[in-house]
Design a binder for this molecule. Structure first.
Ligand SMILES: Nc1ncnc2c1ncn2[C@@H]1O[C@H](COP(=O)(O)OP(=O)(O)OP(=O)(O)O)[C@@H](O)[C@H]1O
Length: 344
């Protein structure tokens, strides 16, 4: 059964257009001009209970707006959505107790107080029975390894520590739906990995439904099997992550380590030489030609080590954004997501 259903969600913003120059600014005081920004256009998807889905797109694509709609922070201009059967923007208390929104760029904890005080506040807001609260709080504190930090004012914590506290606060009331907007933004690699591992473990244990937006493909690869791609307010693709890589990754990268005595010239005959730093080289080769190219390389050069890799997911997704941008420029009309997916 779907936990989240969005049907033709649209959200427009009316934005004041400030004109350049002093005269124009003065005129603008009396005759304001506005433009309409279509932040989200006819967004439709369903997410099943217990699914963890990546919601990807370039800056300004409409990801945060969609999450704000699904959590009832803003109203749509048109369209409908149901989360756990509730219309989010009706903001019923029963709904609020069943979902959580975490925004990596926004601090939801009291800045000057220790995180444990904010946790208490959440207990009161969500009316969590004391015994449940203590049990859940302790579980989460141990899982995220922050026991030594809960009595310290939040402003003194590092970004990674603060994000772990944010996650605890968001999960204290056991939400069934978790909307994560860039939970690892700005974190160092170690903190990122810690958050990923926690989310993976927690989601598998609790079977909660998660939408994750992230610019870090490592998060997406580690956590999600399905990805919805949005660009310019419209859904451009919705399907298994593996399918995206398969569809877009027509090339593989061959990593070579030559014998020190070898002079690796003429590699461009085999493909696109990405790196040539003897004794190492990297060549991008069409997927179907990999066996043939490998055979030729091994017979013509003294090679000590060889490896074949898929292209990094971030490259593949960036290429996909570029392709969908070209599409929208060429026809100007809203793009039919299915037709686009076929073309991709
Ligand atoms: N409150 C607002 N007023 C006017 N325009 C807005 C508002 N919120 C968002 N927008 C515009 O709507 C579009 C979508 O913004 P949104 O924040 O949803 O993108 P995003 O995909 O989350 O981007 P990012 O990855 O940069 O956070 C952008 O063009 C943005 O400028």
């Amino acid at each position: 059964m779907p936990a989240i259903v969005a049907e033709n969600l649209c959200r427009t913003y009316r934005v004041y257009q400030k004109r350049e120059g002093l005269m124009a600014s003065v005129t603008g005081l009396f005759h304001r001009t506005y433009k309409t920004v279509n932040a989200v256009r006819n967004v439709s998807f369903e997410i099943d209970e217990g699914e963890m889905v990546a919601f990807l797109g370039p800056n300004g694509a409409g990801k945060t707006t969609t999450l704000k709609l699904l959590s009832g922070l803003i109203y749509p201009s048109s369209g409908s959505a149901h989360v756990l059967g509730y219309v989010p923007w009706r903001r019923e208390n029963a709904f609020r107790r069943r979902f959580s929104l975490v925004m990596g760029q926004k601090n939801q904890l009291w800045w000057d107080l220790p995180a444990q005080e904010s946790f208490q506040l959440h207990r009161e807001i969500y009316r969590i029975p004391p015994a449940d609260f203590d049990r859940r709080k302790n579980e989460l504190i141990d899982l995220l390894e922050v026991r030594k930090l809960i009595a310290q004012p939040v402003r003194e914590l590092s970004l990674g520590e603060r994000m772990r506290m944010e996650l605890i606060a968001a999960l204290l009331h056991s939400p069934e739906v978790l909307l994560l907007d860039e939970p690892t933004i700005g974190l160092d690699v170690v903190s990122q990995r810690r958050v990923q591992e926690f989310l993976k473990y927690y989601q598998a244990q609790q079977k909660i439904t998660v939408i994750l937006t992230s610019h870090y493909m490592k998060d997406v690869e580690a956590l999600c099997k399905r990805a919805i791609i949005i660009n310019d307010g419209q859904i451009k693709h919705d399907g298994p992550l593996a399918e995206i890589v398969e569809r877009f990754s027509q090339h593989k990268v061959i990593n070579l380590q030559f014998a020190v005595t070898e002079t690796p010239t003429g590699l461009e005959r085999f493909g696109n030489v990405l790196e040539l730093n003897p004794p190492r080289a990297k060549i991008e080769v069409e997927r179907t030609k990999v066996p043939e190219v490998l055979g030729a390389l091994l017979s013509q050069y003294r090679i000590e080590d060889v490896g074949v890799q898929d292209r990094p997911l971030e490259e593949v997704i960036a290429e996909m954004f570029a392709a969908t941008e070209d599409d929208s420029k060429s026809d100007g009309d809203p793009i039919d997501a299915e037709a686009t997916a076929q073309r991709l």
